[in-house]
Design a protein around this ligand. Sequence first.
Ligand code: TYD
Ligand code: MG
Length: 462
Amino acid sequence: MATSKTKTVWFCKACGNESPKWMGRCPACGEWNTMVEETVATGKKNASAAVSVPGSGHKPMPLSHIDSSVENRISLNNGEVDRILGGGLVEGSLVLIGGEPGIGKSTLSLQIPLHCPQLKTLYVTGEESAKQVKLRAARIGGDDSNCMIYSETLMENIIAEARAMMPDLMVVDSVQTMFSQNVESSPGSVTQIKETAAMLLRFAKETGVPVILIGHITKEGSIAGPKILEHIVDVVLQFEGDNRGTYRLLRSIKNRFGSTSELAVFEMTGKGLREVSNPSEMLIPMHEEGLSGVAVSAMLDGTRPFLIEVQSLVSSAAYGTPQRSATGFDVRRLNMLLAVLEKRAGFKLGVKDVFLNMAGGLKVSDPACDLAVVSAVLSSNFDFAIPADVCFAGEIGLSGEIRPVAQTERRIIEAARLGFRKVFVSGFSSLEGLSDMDMGNIEVVKVGDVPALCRTLFKPED
Ligand code: TYD
Ligand code: MG
């Protein structure tokens, strides 16, 4: 219960750091202008402090006495979600699904119980009315006989109801709308968000009920939210993608029970989210003949190889300073690649505007995309189309050399499987584990440096 004594503290919206006074820059994370004022009740035990001890009354015990049998996992009847969770939802885990508004968080978390009628689910909605949830469920389809909808925002009531019902799965939409009486600030504030997550974590650990928690983030990260929660929860899944397009990417950025940097791809349809188990299909639209400025990269995200189209446009700069802009690719890396082209291969791109775009709204950090980026830029610069059945996998070093990348063999196999006829890789790749059968009809072209790439790729037809 709230006590009569309160005090004012300042919280950083980005990292949750607490400070007794306002500061222009957060000393913990270094972000500017992120401190917000909140009142907190004093003189009571901080509820979140007791969180890391699930099931009170535990004593220290020898490691050898601890039961190490594998965690119980619940399959969610959704191959992509099960895969990024590391093989299903672990009992008693707290999973945060973050993403911008409208990206599909509520759709996914309602779709899961509707497609798993064997799971008794408590779906708590603080954002939408029960009627709106019903309308959404009607769009998605599935079996709703075991899914209880609870429209409530007071955490004490929610936990009491959940303890009485003991569901197999609990969904809370969203952390920003929930509040606890223990904390004297408004819903969505840093202290309320922390308290809500702490209460749900305690519930999950004590009862073994897995909880899916939804949290919003905005483009600027301007509301308190998932960033603060990342260290409290067990798993963080982040929805990405352009919410005007139909593809949605769900990325695992933290997972106490599986690997991170896994990626799942969905398509938003009229009936909810459809799993896209072969992402290459969406990322490489099949052009009959090649277009200039387009190159396909055989990239790896997490553990899965797939092919993605890289598009580039190079044009004469209209104003004094040429523009460099990249969507889905680090613009500093683009600048570096352009400098390499200029210095090591003699292309005068310093006076050109260069735009770069990764297909499908994907954010790419795999260095193996360098080779496709450079090829797309050169292709646009010369207005010379690269044939549509050619792809690339290689990193470019500062001296213009093309370096081998991790798991080149798997990239080649994926490219061969998708019908590509030629793949450019580093001349230094060993390619030991590759059998003729894996390769199918694909020809592997080894290139040592950027000038060699240009000679091979853009050689005049004879
Ligand atoms: P939603 O799940 O409400 O987003 P969030 O909870 O992340 O804010 O997604 C809403 C968008 O998805 C909205 O623009 C409508 C669209 N949508 C479909 O296209 N098909 C569907 O079957 C459903 C349920 C939603
Ligand atoms: Mg929603």
